[in-house]
Design a protein around this ligand. Sequence first.
Ligand code: G6P
Ligand code: MN
Length: 438
Amino acid sequence: RQNLTIIGGGSTYTLGMMMSLIAEKENLPLKSVRFYDIDGERQRLNAEATAILLKEKYPEVEEFIYTTNREEAFVDTDIFFIQIRTGGLEMRERDEQIALSHGCVGQETCGAGGMAYGLRSIGDMIDLVDDIRKYSPDAWILNYTNPAAIVAEALNQALPNDKKILNICDMPCVIMESYAKMLDCELWDLVPDYYGLNHYGWFRKVYNREGEDLTQRIKDIILEKGLQASAVDIAHDQSWQTTFKNMKMMLEDNPQFLPSTYLQYYLYPEQMVAKEDINNTRARQVINGREKTVFDMCQRIVDSGTTAYENLHADVHGIYMVRVAASALFNKGEKYLVIVQNNGVISNLQEDAMVEVPAAVMSHGVEPYSVGKIPTFQKAMIETQLGFEKLVVDAWFEGSRQDLVNALTLNRTVVNVQTAKQLVDEILEENKQYLPQF
Ligand code: G6P
Ligand code: MN
């Protein structure tokens, strides 16, 4: 049985992740669970509710602790889940507002918003992994901190020989969950042929386990009825429903492949900006919505001493993460979509790109499946975005403003150099305390 440490124990996703661990306890049996966070107060409520939940639904867990002490949290761990947010949702809101005030996309993983958040995340992530390796040199690290593409690139540059850090995103599986729903099957029945960068990829094909090609059926249904977000966590979220609805427009405009939801920010930046409200950005909605709902629920669990009255559920993306972890820990070699160094997987793309592709997840590392040559349009799109990501990471290491301006110039959500310069100035000013190198 395994020892798990969750870094970012105060996250609104923690309780949901616990439900996924409970649902998957046979796949990934745990002996101990530890929470670590720099914000002990924020973590405490999650942890007190989790203690009650574990007692009720996972009594096999012998030890559960929560701490702000790294040594205590990091020693003797088999697997780490990392879900941090440097600067919190307040800074996410500032990122969005700065970008929107220049008429640009502020979303936390795209363009100017993604750049700002990436710059804040890189230092904390490298520092965390350094400390993890002091205390648990062989542990698996599953990271889903955003912006995952930039974080993955930075970690790969900082720690190129660490083969047990796995960056992973839930979006491909959440999209597949929606396909599964409309095909009346389960996510686990679907086998994706997908490639790209994180939040910037395409499903070339989708098969079922029997090898039947379902791609055209999926396209036909989306073109006819659109796509609905069906994962429980987001099914009733207006913003996510809108995001999924736009898949129809993307497919009408280019029916070649099934796109990632996030491509809409790059393909229709003006429309995406136009429907934003600078005083009620996504961060604000999460602060007033999910954050409140989750922490109110934790408080009720703590007050009543039971989870019996709460509608807690495991969601597909949590289960996906847990299954990836189990495949790594127990050398199952199961196929999942993860972010890895290209090394020829996409044969006509540079070797050192961090790409999102299917890979067999094994105990010594991941072995991606070959994608082969990709078409000119997708290749050029990816290379432009990759240029953005790499320049942001270079800028962080070198303290180069020019790299940041160049990065935003390449990004499809900005392009104009003068806008790029203004954005860089404002973002660096706002993030001074996080970025002494500039
Ligand atoms: C999806 C993405 C994540 C992102 C999250 C944000 O799950 O894959 O990368 O962090 O959406 O969701 P939110 O509800 O906070 O806007
Ligand atoms: Mn993601």
